[in-house]
Write a protein that binds this ligand. Structure first.
Ligand code: PMP
Length: 354
């Protein structure tokens, strides 16, 4: 892994914040230029948060089974995606590989870092195009000069298509690719396949992303998780913002992780509504195709994506128009909402006269 790092990151002398230098318990803290006055009574917001999220990572280990030494907590998994690009890719030289249609932020974060995105699109059934991927990897190896492809992103279940990829396929790719394979499991809890975390022992250059934004219902808290080798985790800890996860976010996440049973029940409810939508959506006249989903949303081909998108918006129902994404012409992405929200969506779609 070390040889894949950007040289400036490999040789980085990390910033050591006050909370890194002293981690015990003391009665007088005069080390971090904090304000001793706690204006938001008793909340401890006058103090900096734990840079390493130690308590939270122990809880993540206990509740989610993601081992303490193998995790880094980010300000959402978006931060972790950006950090991975900054850790490995030399701006203006290295590249990443995407399999569109997929989560749009990978490309945007790469663009911001002046890192080019190569693409091997998914096939028309939104499966991985293995012959094309094989050809790309062989060509990429031959063409290596100044820079190379450092990161390959697999989103499973994939946004916006909803389908997940079997772990065997992810393993096949990781065995073949000599960079870092990033498996984004943001929607893992809605999925029928096991996690790619099971591959970490045998594939040290594979990393997995999780988030509390979806099944855990904490999108507003901004808590994402990197699961990776101890080595990769250590490097990310050295280059991330020191206080990247606020204390309200850490406390909120700790609190919610104590309610795993309620969250599991909530996920079951979403899956039941997903099943209902899966039955009803295909019976609606303007719906041409409902793609199979392993996530909390559907990609749906409709008779007039732009028209229906605007019509729904006029009724106060906001969905995502994905018609301009690769292989997604005429498609909307519909999040599974509450029973009442789904009912409103279905009723509006039934009323559409295009
Ligand atoms: N990955 C995927 C596939 C997503 O769809 C999203 C958010 N929609 C994210 C990552 C970012 O999640 P977070 O809230 O953890 O930043």
């Amino acid at each position: 892994m070390r040889e894949l790092l950007r040289a400036n990151i490999a040789s980085l002398v990390p910033y050591r914040c006050a909370r890194d230098e002293f981690t015990g318990t003391a009665s007088v803290y005069l080390d971090a230029n904090e304000n001793w006055q706690d204006f938001v009574a008793e909340k401890g917001r006058n103090r900096y948060p734990d840079p390493l999220c130690v308590n939270l990572r122990h809880r993540i280990d206990e509740v989610m089974g993601l081992p303490f030494a193998h995790t880094v907590v980010g300000n959402g998994s978006d931060e972790i995606i950006d950090n991975l690009i900054r850790m490995f890719c030399v701006p203006g030289k290295d590249r990443i590989l995407l399999m569109p249609p997929t989560y749009g932020a990978y490309r945007v974060f790469a663009d911001i870092n002046d890192v080019k995105s190569d693409v091997v699109p998914l096939n028309e059934n939104f499966g991985i195009d293995f012959p094309a991927l094989e050809a790309y990897l062989a060509q990429e190896k031959r063409d290596r000069g100044n820079g190379r492809c450092k990161l390959l992103f697999i989103c499973s279940p994939n946004n916006p298509t909803g389908n997940a990829f079997p772990v065997s396929q992810i393993e096949q790719i990781s065995s073949r690719f000599d960079g870092i394979t990033v498996v984004d499991e943001a929607y893992f809890d809605f999925n029928r396949y096991p996690s790619a975390v099971t591959l970490l022992d045998r594939h040290p250059n594979l990393v997995v992303l999780r988030t509390l934004s979806k099944s855990w219902g904490l999108a507003g808290a901004r808590v994402g998780i990197l699961v990776a080798s101890e080595d990769i985790c250590q490097v990310m800890r050295s280059m991330k913002y020191p206080y990247n996860v606020s204390s309200p976010a850490q406390e909120t996440a700790l609190h919610d992780l104590d309610h795993a049973d309620a969250v599991r029940e909530g996920t079951k409810e979403i899956l039941a509504e997903r099943e209902r939508l899966n039955e009803v959506l295909p019976t609606i006249a303007c719906v041409k195709q409902v793609y199979p989903t392993d996530a909390n949303f559907f990609l749906v081909k409709v008779t007039d994506a732009d028209g229906i998108y605007r019509y729904l918006m006029g009724k106060g129902i906001i969905v995502r128009n994905r018609t301009h994404e690769y292989h997604c012409q005429g498609c909307l992405r519909l999040t599974v909402g509450s029973k009442a929200e789904n009912q409103a969506l279905l009723a509006a779609l039934k009323e559409w006269k295009g």
